[in-house]
Design a protein around this ligand. Structure first.
Ligand code: PAD
Ligand code: ZN
Length: 375
């Protein structure tokens, strides 16, 4: 049945308010307006950023449909959409690329002005949402929403990928892989023989480890409070695992002792102030580079020792591996299809959408690196 131009009724997960359990409901998904794309979801990852939204660390409008790390097939497009067409395999993007704003036009920028990360916009560019449930408006998350059988996103937040990409894994190229792998190979440009320390060995941290390993780092220290993460991290390339809760000294002091001079590259992929400070303090004071990927709770400040700033080390924030997403992500997918990147170890679990609760449990207990929801 042709659904073009019609409202679609389907199943979606709704968070009615902060810290409340998700429920799978029947929702109405309006047709895409001008400049928008309606997508039949194929798969979605569960990312730490979704958890920040559900806990309220990142403030968004509720009720909302969570999820942003998605892959699917274009069902229909609104007026003026030219970069994708029905039938195309696509990824949803947590940061758009409008190709018109200051950040998009700058050679080094990727944090497109057409998004409002803080507070994360729950609406489309015209200020309204395309979802409703039992007559009530339901908001988008990160202008995407992927825990749903159908979603509507702005064209600038969608990118077409190779049709051969396996739907049950490729959603990780929407966020996890460009963010983590990209932070190592593209943002930090990790050098052969270097020492790296990665705070947080979840999906993003694991992708960072892969990038450090691929870049030839000789020592990769992994830091996590959940020791279940260690065997998989070692398999990806971590050489030393540290659990800060079991150390007698602050973790940065242990990293300093282990390395003698501090790490050349430190990555924070947790989203907590104390681990950001630990990552900074783990770097070599002269040439160390500290990359912050974790999203800290809103309205928090980073306390750094001011006199230590002039010694030469660098702190850099990274969103989506500094890639301009619509320009760069399709090539990463092609690299995967050509066996230049192997992301398969990141997909530790795959479950049908109706087992969302089980998938969330795998996320919360830390048993999964990434659990992919299949539609
Ligand atoms: P995740 O929940 O899979 O991983 C977080 C890991 O941190 C887990 O393994 C935890 O056990 C561990 N952890 C928690 N607290 C501590 C602590 N105090 N010390 C050591 N380890 C701890 O999340 P993720 O990997 O999907 O996301 C990680 C962060 O990256 C999160 O803040 C998310 O919002 C952010 C992110 N940033 C971008 C970006 O572009 N910068 C993109 C996507 C996600
Ligand atoms: Zn994400």
């Amino acid at each position: 049945m042709d659904t073009t131009g019609k409202t679609i009724t389907c199943r979606a997960a709704i968070a009615w308010k902060e810290k409340s359990p998700l429920t799978i409901e029947e929702v109405q998904v309006e047709p895409p307006k001008a400049g928008e794309v309606r997508i039949k979801m194929g798969s979605s990852g569960i990312c730490g950023s979704d958890d920040h939204v559900l806990t309220g660390d990142l403030s968004m409008k509720f009720p909302l449909i969570p999820g942003h790390e998605g892959a699917g097939i274009v069902e229909s497009v609104g007026d003026g959409v030219s970069s994708v067409k029905p039938g195309d395999k696509v990824l949803t993007l947590i940061i758009p690329q409008c190709r018109e704003c200051d950040a998009c036009l700058h050679s080094q920028g990727n944090f497109c002005d057409k998004q409002d990360v803080l507070p994360c916009s729950g609406v489309m560019l015209d200020g309204t949402s395309r979802f409703s449930c039992r007559g009530q408006k339901v908001y988008h998350s990160f202008r995407t929403s992927t825990f749903t059988e159908y979603t509507v996103v702005p064209e600038i937040s969608v990118v077409k990928i190779d049709a051969a990409a396996p739907m049950d894994k490729v959603c990780l190229f929407s966020c996890c892989v460009p963010t983590g792998y990209g932070a190592a190979v593209n943002s930090a440009k990790v050098t052969p023989g270097s020492t790296c320390v990665v705070f947080g060995l979840g999906g993003i941290g694991s992708a960072i480890v892969m990038g450090c390993k691929a870049s030839g780092a000789s020592r990769i220290i992994g830091v996590d409070i959940n020791e279940q993460k260690f065997p998989r991290a070692r398999a990806l390339g971590v050489t030393d695992c540290l659990n800060p809760n079991k150390l007698k000294k602050p973790v940065h002091e242990v990293v300093m002792e282990m390395t003698g001079v501090g790490a050349e590259f430190a990555f924070e992929a947790i989203g907590k102030i104390e681990t950001m400070v630990s990552a900074w303090n783990s770097c070599n004071i002269s040439y160390g580079v500290c990359l912050i990927l974790g999203v800290a709770p809103e309205d928090t400040q980073l306390p750094l020792e001011a006199t230590k700033i002039i010694s030469g080390k660098t702190m850099k924030g990274v969103c989506l591996g500094d890639y301009k997403p619509r320009d760069c992500i399709p090539q990463l997918v092609t690299d995967y299809l050509q066996d230049k990147i192997n992301i398969d170890p990141l997909v530790t679990h795959q479950l049908p959408f109706n087992q969302l609760q089980k998938a969330l449990e795998l996320y919360h207990t830390g048993k999964a690196v990434r659990c992919v929801l299949l539609f």
